[in-house]
Design a protein around this ligand. Structure first.
Ligand code: BEZ
Length: 212
């Protein structure tokens, strides 16, 4: 079993899915990826999550993020379940679901937490950057469905902070002011962040979001 931490190279894999064989790196290409696991097919919370994820596909695409779900059931089961998801969630599942019956990918990504459940994956989220390193890991229990607005929000933060010397404060949402990186002096910051620098404390400097 692997332990994956932030900054690690996301392990590549080739696996069967609801859309046929998929290689992770080929699938993501030069963009970003989100890999998210579900405990099992034909379960209620997972059904709502995958339906919701399908409705958010345009939002992920706008951010150049490819979506890839996973559960430890087979491709034939996924195909039947997708019909239920489409019917009950009033959507069309429009991204692949990895069929991980042999738990190869789940083990690779440490998605089975034996003290929570010895056979089913928890709700793991891995966000992978264009450099194939892991930018974010979130883990939810089976009993709690994820908030896809939060996943988009965190992607917005990751993409902003990848390109600008800023960080995003608590409860930040796109358009809000951001924190200037502690590595930059206030004097330098004034030259870089031309929209303005507010020095609340020497270590807490705010500026309007630079990329809008
Ligand atoms: C669900 O998706 O509803 C679920 C799956 C496994 C355990 C509990 C809930």
């Amino acid at each position: 079993m692997a332990t994956i931490r932030l900054g690690d190279i996301a392990p590549d894999f080739t696996a069967d899915s609801s859309a046929g064989m998929i290689n992770l790196y080929d699938y993501i290409g030069d963009g970003w990826g989100i890999l998210f696991s579900h405990p099992a097919d034909f379960t209620p919370v997972c059904t709502t999550e995958l339906g919701t994820a399908a409705k958010f596909k345009d939002d992920f695409e706008k951010r150049n993020v490819k979506m890839l779900a996973l559960s430890v059931d087979g491709a034939a089961s996924h195909a039947e379940w997708i019909k239920d998801i489409n019917e009950t969630q009033n959507t069309t599942v429009n991204f692949p679901i990895i069929a991980d019956e042999d738990k190869k990918v789940s083990d690779l990504y440490d998605m089975i937490h034996p003290n929570a459940n010895s056979t089913l994956t928890v709700r793991s989220v891995y966000i992978i950057g264009p450099d194939k390193t892991v930018k974010l890991i979130i883990t939810y229990p089976a009993s709690t469905g994820r908030n896809f607005h939060e996943l988009l929000r965190v992607i917005d933060s990751l993409q902003l902070t990848a390109n600008h010397k800023v960080a995003t404060p608590a409860n930040w949402k796109p358009g809000d002011d951001v924190v200037i990186s502690p590595a930059i002096t206030t004097e330098d910051a004034k030259g870089i962040f031309t929209k303005g620098v507010e020095e609340v404390k020497p270590y807490l400097r705010m500026t309007p979001q630079p990329n809008i």
